[in-house]
Design a protein around this ligand. Structure first.
Ligand code: NAD
Length: 280
């Protein structure tokens, strides 16, 4: 059994607090990387229609021999510039993702981006609600939604997404979004939790904490996420790093460490702003 703790979502479904992300991993490599992650003890996998690796992910899941109930599989509805989302095309895309994954249900289905300029995310959430009620997704959620988008969803559809997956790392701790989520019992899931492995992991303050705890910079950052209550989904295709990134349950940061990490908030995004992003 995996030693990753689970959180309880607002509909009672349990979700591992640490999972494995596969953005930018080609389909054939995803099969290998997800296989390595499952062997290392990960049970939650985060893919998306847009990553074009649902098939490789599904093959690794099938080959693992791990029982379906032990796994937590997330995928996402991709943006479409050519059409407005309607109930029917959302249901069609959902079926296509399940098909590519080779699964008959999902643990979590997310709306990838709100695309507020298209003004169709309320229709998407109503279709998602129908999917959840049918039992084919155990939970539904969103990604890249700002508090204003979420407020509209809650007020106008009555649906409270179980999860909001947003860019979040020590350079962008997203205090306002996290407070909004806490108020509405929405779990915060951090994407690019390691800052995409770029400058963040070379920060001297993180290096000092790594030396203090006898851990790596990536492990310090993942520990920070877990201790402030985020769900994290670090990505790597390197087997030693895949194992390193789940080996974060044998130490704890203290209050001074958390204060030192809070000083890294620069408000800098690596990805686009959800208010203006409409890429397909
Ligand atoms: P990440 O922050 O997980 O960083 C991954 C990179 O960090 C790797 O490619 C590698 O270069 C480096 N790295 C990983 N482990 C390391 C280690 N132990 N030591 C040193 N370097 C290490 O970045 P990410 O892939 O952007 O985000 C994680 C996951 O979040 C994605 O795979 C995807 O599943 C999800 N995501 C979602 C969205 C969204 O819009 N919903 C956007 C981006 C990412």
């Amino acid at each position: 059994m995996s030693k990753v703790p689970q959180i309880t979502l607002n509909n009672g479904v349990r979700m591992p607090q640490l999972g494995f992300g596969v953005w930018q991993v080609p389909d054939d490599e995803a099969e290998r990387a997800v296989g390595t992650a499952l062997e290392a003890g990960y049970r939650s996998i985060d893919t998306a229609a847009a990553y074009e690796n649902e098939q490789g992910t599904g093959k690794a899941v099938a080959a693992s021999g791990i029982s379906r109930e032990e796994l937590f599989i997330t995928t996402k509805l991709w943006n479409s510039a050519s059409e407005t989302w309607t109930r029917d095309n959302v249901l069609r895309e959902f079926d296509a993702s399940l098909d590519r994954l080779g699964l008959d249900y999902l643990d979590l289905y997310l709306v990838h981006w709100p695309r507020p300029m298209r003004d169709d995310y309320l229709a998407v959430l109503r279709a998602f609600d129908e999917i959840e009620k049918s039992g084919r997704a155990r939970a539904i959620g969103v990604s890249n939604f700002k508090p204003a988008h979420l407020r509209r969803v809650v007020d106008e559809t009555g649906v409270v997404p179980a999860v909001n997956q947003i860019e979040l790392h020590p350079n962008l701790p997203q205090a306002e979004a996290r407070a909004f989520h806490a108020e509405h019992d929405i779990a915060t899931e951090a994407w690019s939790p390691l800052g995409q492995g770029k400058g963040l992991l070379e920060e001297s303050r993180i290096g000092e904490l790594a030396r203090k705890h006898g851990r790596t910079p990536a492990q310090i950052v993942l520990r920070w996420h877990l201790q402030i209550g985020n769900v994290v989904i670090p990505k790597s295709v390197t087997p030693s790093r895949i194992r390193e990134n789940i080996d974060v349950f044998g130490f704890e940061l203290d209050a001074d460490d958390l204060t030192a990490l809070a000083a890294l908030d620069t408000g800098t995004r690596l990805g686009p702003d959800p208010d203006t992003f409409d890429w397909n």
